[in-house]
Ligand binder design. Sequence first.
Ligand code: PHE
Ligand code: ZN
Length: 867
Amino acid sequence: MKDASPQPIYLTDYTPPAYLVDDVHLTFRLDPTATRVISRISFRPNPDAASKRFFLHGEGLKLISSRVDGSDIDVRDVENGIEADVPDAPFVWEAEVEIDPKNNTALEGLYMSPQDVGESNASGRDSLPAIKPMYCTQCEAEGFRKITYYPDRPDVMAPFTVRIEGDEPVMLSNGNPTGEGDGWCEWTDPWPKPAYLFALVAGDLVAREDSFTTMSGKHVDLKLWVRPGDEGKTAFGMEALKKSMKWDEEVYGREYDLDIFQIVAVSDFNMGAMENKGLNIFNTSAVLCSPETSTDANFERIEAIIAHEYFHNWTGNRITCRDWFQLSLKEGLTVFRDQSFTADVRSEAVARISDVIALRGRQFREDNGPLAHQVQPDSFVEINNFYTATIYEKGAEIIRMLKTLVGDDAYRKALDLYFDRHDGQACTIDDWLTVFQDSTGRDLTQFKRWYKQAGTPRLDVTENWDDGTYQLTFTQTTPPTPGQDVKEPFLIPIAVGLLGPNGDEVQATKVLEMTEGTQTFTFEGLSYRPTPSILRHFSAPVILTRETPPEERAFLFAHDTDAFNRWEAGRSLAKEVLVGLVTGEDTPQSLYLDALATMLRNDDLDPAFRALALQMPGEDDLAQTLFDAGVTPDPDAIHNAAETLKQARAEHLQDLLPRLMADMEVTEPFVSNAEQSGKRALGLGLLKLATRLDGGKAAQAQWDRADNMTLSLGALACLLDAGKAEGPLATFRERWKDDALVMDKWFMLQIMHADPEDAAATVERLTEDPAFTMKNPNRFRSVFGAFAGHPAGFHQKDGSGYRLLADWLIRLDPLNPQITARMSGAFETWKRYDADRQGLIKSELDRILATDGLSRDTTEMVTRIRN
Ligand code: PHE
Ligand code: ZN
């Protein structure tokens, strides 16, 4: 229910908990609409707390009974929970509550999945056997209070014993199994944990089983639980898990700490996955895959998410967050760890480029709009709204910069100290920085601004050459963000290399440490004027605003010894062409096309790298670039410019296509590894070009013979572009109607490839398809996420796109506030656009805000966007 006006909470208001928990014992009597949760919790007064108020969080619970030390006790209902008078000494709290998992559509707390039996099958036809719903929990951030009364805050950590009673074939919770009998089982998690890491799963599940021997020789059982029928999609996930376990031992010295590690796949899940201690719960889309049903991109994402959740065991679980303002302590670090893992097991250059594409697409977008916020915020209304690209991806960039600044060895030493000093604790970002200060002796006061100042710094560069001395002068400016008008200079690590005329390095990569608003760095004793390669490996999350002649970019695109900057040079050249096409200015088009052809032809380059260099800059990215340059972006004009350039590229590269496409054919059996996926990625990039020239002939041929989803879906996308997809779409639907994850692709693809003026109508048509349901987050996202990701379609001048999305957000909010709030981010760029579009969006935002009973989540998001 909506509060009159949702009140923010503040970091500075933090106080330690009044009571600590020594032990938690929970009994669940499972029932779809009336589950009983019986708790026995040992409390003791916290010697470090000033308050003696005994308060327990609780939301939507029916209290059956409550006792302290065996005697019934009266409780008082207060905001967000209950209060009671308790002894000023250790005591045992017992309560019994009733909850209703079946009608929990918010997917937070204990809920059932699938949500609507009968409708839940992808085809939506009643003739298909209904899937029996399973029980499942999601507690991060504040979902445990929907399960029972408890101090639901991460700085209260306790060991849990959980007894589950019910007739479900499989019943799981955190930790090790410690007992079972007819209709019950018991799990014990000896490691003290906050309630947000609690998990319970029960239902008709089957496991892929395996094992892992840790570096100290301990045996760990591994189980990956799925619905009967999904067993064939578990092999890759299990391998990824074992690789992750090994990697964390080798690179961070971290060993697993229970007898068993389990993953469960759930089809209704708000996020990607969740790191519950010993029992990770995954969105099916983040773990299930097979060559026939999943693309290389799916495989890559799954490998990274499995690693991410596993790595949380140390960075998140053993060491957790004191409060939710510290969220990036676990998320930034864990994203950085999963990025490093991907770089190690795949290609380092490709991984870095992909990370930066994602960072710019999501975090820069956020940081340059009304939702910009600090990596460590000072206040928030609804914590669920802060699982953002800024907390995650910018948080990871901050860790990366820290590592760049102190060096690899010092980084590892600092991490050892972090684990040593803080194991078993709930920590702050300050604790983390103090570890680095103590172990390296470096003062990190200025560095901390990365956590406290929102916004993306702009880095301007000028150069000076004087008789053997070369100078680079940098100026940093960070635009104001909501609530922060003035920014102090950041400590920016700028990795620079200098290249000679033949592309040889006259100065190997060197990290310049910029601390001032404007600062000059000097390189002496050069025999000729070098070409600078600045911000190598994307050494800081900033926007470089340097006027560079196109010839220099073409030179770097051909010669830079830093793979990231080499790619970056090509991308910025492409952007320059696109900007010119939009504004009607001269463009370096032929320079770009020639450089692109040379790059593609270079067989020494990894196909995956070439595929990334061939990828066009996104239309949303271009809109931001134009806006930054003082041009009001017109989504149609941007779309047309992109079409023009795509056509020009196809024509220019025509002669190259047959040879290269043949080279990219993979003849070995499908494995989604770096080598094969790189070839397929480049092959598909080339197929798109070919489609513009042959009207879909090659795509049709690929469609006809493809035996894996990567090639089928790639071909289908091209057939959609060529307007020849009608038959294939029907075939695809018929073949995959019972596979929800593949059907998500079917929905998504049609929207992504709709002509701008047809996109809204396509969305409307697809929401009327019997397989559409807004109760499943994946399905909702596959339609509306794709729509929001199609700027020219979403931003149609008549406002039809805005109205359509607002209608659906209003409809979804009462069911699932989290997804609604998240999806409202589609509007976050509205201030870039012209007055007409702004007016149309504003009235939709107002319409959403005027909705009766609008959730706190959505109210906060839309209000922040609107301001
Ligand atoms: N903590 C999860 C992760 O980063 C994300 C998540 C947040 C999942 C909140 C569910 C709810 O891996
Ligand atoms: Zn995480």
